[in-house]
Write a protein that binds this ligand. Structure first.
Ligand code: ZN
Length: 248
């Protein structure tokens, strides 16, 4: 199994322990998110050290004010590393609004250009910003992964465009009936699963720090929603991740 979205750098007990613990549980592959130049460098180091780990390179919308030519050039350089499989997470967040919206738009647009240049998929964070996010993505000439999927009302368009839908632990919460419905409806070949650890632990770990191997709980829950066999669905998710991230 794979966890397609993990922030390994900040996990309790260190990333190495979390990677080993995940592998022992059957989660042998992890996409480690590097959403600042420093975190991206750390993700690349982890990917070089652990064969099951891949890295992303980008700038989180919360940090969008840091975007400038020098930062873009640094990300561009890091994207040349063979351990890097995607750009992100990038996007727009009007919920927390930690950076001005024009700064977020600039950083997002710049990362779309980088993804197109390197032929890498975009890993997208979007919160309370569906219209503006979709407007940018409709023009992007590269693959798209909607991380911590939160656009159930736009699922039809998302599927039509062939964007990947990645469910995080919140899909297991009883109140998330719209996400559960989306998890039932999304075509198997566009489905991804992730932890977004250390955030958003799935049931029964809700409220505790998330770990990469908890993706198995999300797999179990989504398989049940879809009436699918967890083993088969896990294999499908791995195949989807290998396709979109061009994993070895
Ligand atoms: Zn994340």
């Amino acid at each position: 199994m794979i966890d397609t979205h993990a922030h390994l750098q900040g996990l309790d007990g260190g990333a190495g322990a979390a990677i080993e613990e995940a592998a022992a549980a059957g989660v042998e592959r992890i996409v480690c998110i590097g959403d600042s130049p420093e975190l991206a460098e750390e993700a690349i180091v982890l990917a070089r050290r652990h064969p099951g780990v891949s890295a992303t390179v980008g700038l989180h919308p919360h940090r969008a004010e840091l975007w400038n030519d020098a930062l873009r050039d640094r990300l561009d350089e890091l994207l040349g590393d063979p351990a890097v499989v995607a750009v992100g997470e990038t996007g727009l967040d009007y919920f927390r609004d930690r950076a001005p919206r024009d700064a977020q738009a600039l950083a997002f647009a710049g990362q779309v250009v980088l993804a197109e240049k390197h032929g890498k998929p975009l890993v997208i964070h979007t919160r309370e910003a569906a219209a503006d996010t979709l407007a940018v993505l409709r023009e992007a000439r590269t693959a798209v992964v909607l991380h911590c999927f939160s656009l159930p009302d736009q699922l039809d368009e998302v599927v039509e465009r062939g964007w990947y839908v990645s469910f995080a632990g919140n899909v297991t919460y009883p109140s998330a009936t719209d996400l559960a419905e989306a998890a039932r409806r999304v075509p198997a070949e566009l489905l991804l699963l992730e932890t977004d650890c250390p955030y958003l632990s799935p049931l029964p770990h809700r409220g505790k720090p998330n770990r990469p191997h908890y993706v198995l709980e999300t797999l179990r829950a989504v398989a049940e929603m879809r009436g699918a066999d967890p083993g088969e669905l896990g294999a499908q998710v791995e195949a989807n991740a290998a396709r979109v991230f061009a994993l070895p």
